[in-house]
Design a protein around this ligand. Sequence first.
Ligand SMILES: [Mn+2]
Length: 355
Amino acid sequence: MKLGFGLYRHMLNTENFRFARQCGSTHLIAHLCDYFRDSRANASSDQPTGDLRGWGRAGDPDVLWTYDDFDRLKRAAAAEGLDLYAIENFDPAHWYDVLLGGPRRAAQLDGLKHMIRDMGRAGISVMGYNFSLAGVSARIRGPFARGQAEAVGMNGPEYTPIPRGMVWNMVYDPSAQDGTMPPCSSDELWERLSYFLEEILPVAEEHGVRLALHPDDPPLETVRGTPRLVWQPQLYQKLIELNPSPANALEYCVGTLAEMRDGDIYTATECYAGQNRIAYVHLRNVRGKVPCYSETFIDEGEVNVPRILRILYEQNFDGVIIPDHAPQMSCAAPWHAGMAFAMGYLKAELDRLDR
Ligand SMILES: [Mn+2]
């Protein structure tokens, strides 16, 4: 098992690569979509939460990520001792009609295939994605973690419809007409996912890239009137059975799975690690379940993190584990301190298993 570190786009610099390495990381997961662009609600020093208008403005639909972008980042990380393992999340600008089943779907799928090819050429193994209309909505923040540390949570569902021009927490068309996102059934959304996988997975397989799906966060059956795909642990099995390609993999978020109403996080971890479907793991802790939960420090929530690590180890999981999110700690560098604490905890547990 490998310890990795996830960095948002604006954090992809030498100082943070060194910080990640100093925390014990050998691998890097990079976000290339800028969630903080023109954002009125996100502080760039923490994970994005946003408001009813989402996180920020999506990128330029005509500017795809290129081989040069991937290669430059791969080399910059390698120069500081980190292997760039995965890119996390497509930019909504590049695939809004894939999610919405809209008129630009075919052209956008071509663009995604190009990017997957270029990732493979640059030696990046995994593309993490979240096939979701509402994305990460309805987050609140407060002093939920030990010692009044600010953390993210949820306190009841959100029903406000999503405006036109917005998908997956971000505005892709600021001049969209008034109105709301057209309705979509759960079956229709699964159909869109299935079509996306049929188109993309052969290209991914050919170029040595795995596509890894993050479950729906928050994991409710609907959010803002839109259906969710993986909102109970057993629905990951439906994804696996949707397409037999070995490139059809999971971005396994322990925190999100633990927030789910049903199931058991240890059984689920054994089940999916046992099928060798996990590309990488988001490992954080949480207290409560939907619709009322909050994130906690890695050692204080309801998940027995050492037990999760032991299950992964016993199932011969050989991918990357990253801490996902952490509460903000009271000091001059709240985000970095929170992540360093989580990394130290994970590093100690991994060393113990390897001994
Ligand atoms: Mn996650």
